[in-house]
Every structure is written in C-alpha cells, then in structure tokens.
Design a protein around this ligand. Structure first.
Ligand code: ATP
Ligand code: MG
Length: 363
C-alpha cells in the first residue's frame, strides 16, 4: 500500500477519466520476499505512458526497513526491478579464529572466493579500488587466507611497491615470490608469464582431447598474482624508457587476456582506477570489480561505467559495491569479513604451504 502511495506522490501513473471523475491508474506492482523476509524483489510495471523514469529515491520512504540493493530495467523492459534487503541485516561475516574461517570456507568451491554471507565469486581477474583506509589490503588478507586453506594448492605471487603489510605477509607465505622494488616486481611478472607460457604448451596438448575445457578440468592448480598499490608501481613504470614500459604493459595484458583459461589470475589493488594508472583495456578485462568505502562519483564511473546507480549507504570499512558478469551486472553491496583473530599468526601458521621455491633464485 505504501508503495502505491509513493508512486502516486511521484506522479508515476496514467491520469484517466472515470465517469467524469479524474482517477490515477497506477502501474502493476509485484512484491515477493525470500530468505525469511530478509530479501525481496519489487517489480513495478514500466509503460511508455509513464513519461518519467522511476528512481530509487522516490520509493525509499515507502520501503521502510528495506533498502534497494540494485535497480534495473527487466530484459523485456516491461518492469523496473528493485532488489531489496532488510537494512537491519548484517551481511558481513566475523571470524574469531582461523578455524572458524576454515569451516565456513568448506561451503565454498575450491575455485571460488567468498566476500560476505551473500557473495561468492568464481576465481577471476580482480580489481579492488577505494580510498586510503577503506579496507582494500584487509580484504586481500581474507582472500589470501581462503586461498591458503583450500584443498587445491594456490601458487601466490605478491607485489607491494610500497613495501607495507602485504610484503611482510608475503615474506612469510611466499618469500621467493614476493617483491617490493619495481625491478623485482617486473622480474616477478616475467616469471609469472613464463610459467603461464609453459602451462599453455601443456594445456594445448590436452585440449586436443577436450575442446572448451580449462585448466581445472585437467587438474592444474591456479596461480594468483596480487598487486597492491598498483598506481605507485605504474608511476615508476611511466617514467621508464619506452622499451621497458612496453614490456611491462605486455606482461600485464598477456596475463589478463590469456590467464583465465590457463588458470593465471591478476588481482589489482589501487586507490583510483583512472586510465593513466590503469589502461582501459586492462580494466575492462578484470571481471570482478570492487569499489570499497564512500568513493567519489568519478571512481564509480571509471570502475563500472556511466549511468550505473550505486546503492546509497554510508559505507563502513571493508564495505562497498562490486560487479561480476552474470552474478552482479550492476553494482551490488558487499562487505569483507572482520578477521577477529591474530592475522599475522594465522599467516605464520600457513607459512610454506603455498609456494615451491623459485627456480631462478639462489641459482
Ligand atoms: N573488513 C574489515 N573489517 C574490520 N576492520 C577492517 C576491515 N577492513 C579494514 N578494516 C580496518 O581498517 C584498517 C585500514 O584498512 P586497509 O589497510 O585495508 O586500508 P586500505 O584501503 O588498504 O588503505 P591504503 O590505501 O592506505 O593502503 C585496517 O587496518 C583495519 O583495522
Ligand atoms: Mg592498503
């Protein structure tokens, strides 16, 4: 009922005459709930006659405790769809020990990562953007811990040009595949590409028997290159001569373009994803995009494109929105876990589990 009143207030109706009296013909509405009334879907008929667009702001007061998570036009354009969730609901997970995280992780596939109670994403190239302190690196910790406790062995490569917390963890879990210096990072990227090329040759032979398959179908394990503070790396690269710049761009684009089938993934973390620090071609090929915290409009536009509606909320640390083809075609809310235990000790406990020594080092 309150939704109908909101539509009336928003003048979202067709005026008609009924026996000489003016009446408002309201659009058809369908409201359904799932998950014990925690989530819902509101469909409002869209007709050309309703000249104006219906937007979230006009409905929010009518929805009371429900918040619009996503709104979009249905494929046939007959309905405006509003995905709702109960705002009292906590989507963020809290783990009080590594064991708790381990048992939660058991519900998630070997090649999937979870972000919160409602968000599980297949392993893929990833972009994490957000202002300083928004929880990007902390979000990476929870991805890394998941990768370390999977039954499948993840080969991890870590680049941290500012030499902050990620490189300290890297020295614990993958000392031979952690780099801070730009030159060392480039060497690491080269090595990642070399291993990928080798996988390409191995996979090619197998693909002859089964087209359309990918690395996991043949029991190959995933390789993940995590790049924190990517913009600061790029600013050094931009100052290099053309030959070096081209090489770095080629290394990055090869991973992004060929990695998926081969099982080689790139995670890029940065404060802003403008095209000077992240070429558009690379950005467009990172399927999972996460923007954390209360970002500027421009940050949302560079990450998700123009014309997308961001759920209006005051984001706390680790909270934000993401897109992933097929799962969230327009930005959806997400919140990284609260790791309420000694994170360092947890990584120390997993030390040496993930990487074989680098062949080129120490030789
Ligand atoms: N999901 C979360 N749950 C609880 N606390 C969090 C979460 N994310 C971040 N924090 C807190 O916020 C602090 C800052 O987060 P973090 O270092 O990840 O920010 P950042 O986005 O990487 O910033 P910078 O760009 O400066 O590196 C963390 O040290 C942690 O205390
Ligand atoms: Mg950080």
């Amino acid at each position: 009922m309150s939704v109908r009143r909101a539509l009336l207030d928003a003048a979202y109706y067709v005026p008609r005459q009924f026996f000489g009296t003016a009446v408002a013909q309201l659009p058809k509405i369908k409201l359904t709930f799932t998950d014990n009334y925690q989530r819902g879907m509101l469909l409002v008929e869209n007709r050309v006659k309703y000249a104006q667009r219906l937007d979230t702001a006009q409905l929010s007061s009518a929805l009371r405790r429900y918040v619009v998570e996503r709104s979009y036009l249905s494929d046939d354009e007959n309905y405006y769809c509003f995905e709702l969730f109960d705002s009292r609901l906590e989507r963020r997970l809290e783990f009080r020990s590594l064991d708790e995280l381990l048992s939660y992780n058991a519900q998630v596939g070997d090649l999937e990562l979870f972000i919160d109670k409602f968000t599980v994403i297949p392993l893929h190239h990833t972009l994490i953007v957000g202002q300083t302190g928004s929880g990007k690196t902390y979000g990476v910790y929870s991805f890394l811990l998941q990768m370390l406790i999977k039954p499948v062995q993840y080969q991890l490569y870590l680049a941290d040009p500012k030499g902050s917390s990620l490189s300290i963890l890297g020295d614990m879990i993958a000392p031979d595949c952690t780099a801070e210096d730009v030159d060392d990072i480039v060497a690491l990227l080269r090595e990642f590409n070399d291993v990928m090329d080798k996988r390409k040759a191995d996979l090619k032979a197998k693909l002859a028997t089964k087209l359309e398959a990918s690395y996991s179908d043949f029991g190959f394990n995933p390789y993940v290159f995590i790049f924190d503070e990517y913009a600061s790396f790029q600013s050094v690269v931009q100052a290099m001569d053309k030959k070096h710049r081209d090489e770095v761009n080629k290394l990055i684009s090869q991973i992004v373009l060929q990695g998926r089938q081969l099982g080689f993934f790139l995670f890029i973390v940065m404060q802003k994803s403008d095209s000077t620090s992240l070429p558009t071609m690379i950005r467009d090929n990172l399927p999972l995009k996460i923007v954390l915290g209360n970002a500027e409009q421009q940050t949302y536009v560079t990450a998700f494109g123009t014309g997308v509606e961001i759920p209006s909320r005051d984001f706390r640390k680790g909270e934000g929105v993401y897109t992933f083809p097929g799962i969230a075609n327009t930005p959806k809310l997400c919140a990284f876990s609260y790791l309420n235990f000694d994170i360092n000790a947890a990584f120390r406990a997993k030390r040496g589990l993930c990487n074989n020594p680098r062949s080129s080092k120490g030789a």
